[in-house]
Design a protein around this ligand. Structure first.
Ligand code: DC
Length: 232
């Protein structure tokens, strides 16, 4: 059943990797008590499933079928930071976040058949009382009618530094310059692809978070949602 815009208002957060979309979306969704869609996780799942099934990353037709039939469950799990992701019966929550899987995701995300296969799956997340979604094309392609669209950016240096800190907290050593190169390579691929490239929607509110704290960004979005009458 199709839900109306009034029944399920949508806040979209798009932007390059490391701009803070994931953390900000989670906090906004938690504060409002709305559903959350981490669309990048779906592309990461397709990349991982391709690896599991030995499907070549340039075999668009087979990757499209894989994306369409993805056997995945998102289970609430406060210990895993909100959600536990199960792919074909296997807990892949940690694996999904690795740089390796991020790269696989960026490659499969450039394929129109994969994007098409994931479109309906993403729209199905729209359930009352509302949805907060993060990705690259949430405001431009998946939810173009969303009443509040945010485009988050931050400098590549700052995004690499944030990633470096995240990894360090997990006890993983990484090279700051390698992380920055990876970030810039992925930005270029996401922005230059022909289908649903990373770009702000015309009516998006653009926020540069380089010098902003997570709390400042979250508060600004909540204030804007309230100003637009999306929350009581
Ligand atoms: O946000 P993330 O790092 O989990 O995304 C992984 C990759 O998936 C990233 O390179 C871009 C791609 N992606 C996309 O093309 N469209 C989306 N809506 C979300 C992610």
């Amino acid at each position: 059943m199709q839900v109306t815009e009034k029944e399920c208002p949508v806040i979209t957060l798009d932007g390059p990797g490391g701009a803070g979309k994931g953390t900000v979306s989670l906090k906004v969704a938690e504060t409002l008590g709305w559903h959350l869609l981490d669309s990048g996780a779906l592309y990461r799942l397709v990349g991982l499933a391709a690896e599991h099934h030995g499907v070549a990353l340039d075999n668009e037709a087979s990757l499209g079928v894989l994306a369409q039939h993805l056997d995945v469950q998102f289970l609430a799990d406060s210990a895993a930071g909100g959600v536990c992701v199960v792919l074909e019966g296997e807990d892949v929550t940690q694996t999904l976040r690795t740089e390796r899987v991020g790269k696989l995701a960026s490659l499969v995300a450039a394929l129109p058949q994969v994007r098409e296969a994931l479109l309906m799956r993403q729209r199905a997340f729209c359930e009352p009382p509302g949805l907060v979604c993060d990705g690259r094309d949430m405001g431009t392609v998946v939810f173009p009618q969303a009443p509040l669209k945010i485009f988050l950016t931050a400098s590549a240096d700052e995004r690499a530094r944030r990633r470096f800190e995240q990894l360090r907290e997990k006890g993983i050593t990484a090279s700051l310059s390698d992380l920055k190169n990876d970030i810039m390579e992925r930005d270029a691929r996401d922005m230059q692809r022909a289908t649903a490239p990373l770009k702000p929607a015309e009516d998006a509110l653009q926020l540069d978070t380089t010098c902003m704290s997570i709390t400042e960004v979250v508060d600004l979005i909540l204030a804007e949602a309230s100003r637009r009458g999306l929350v009581s």
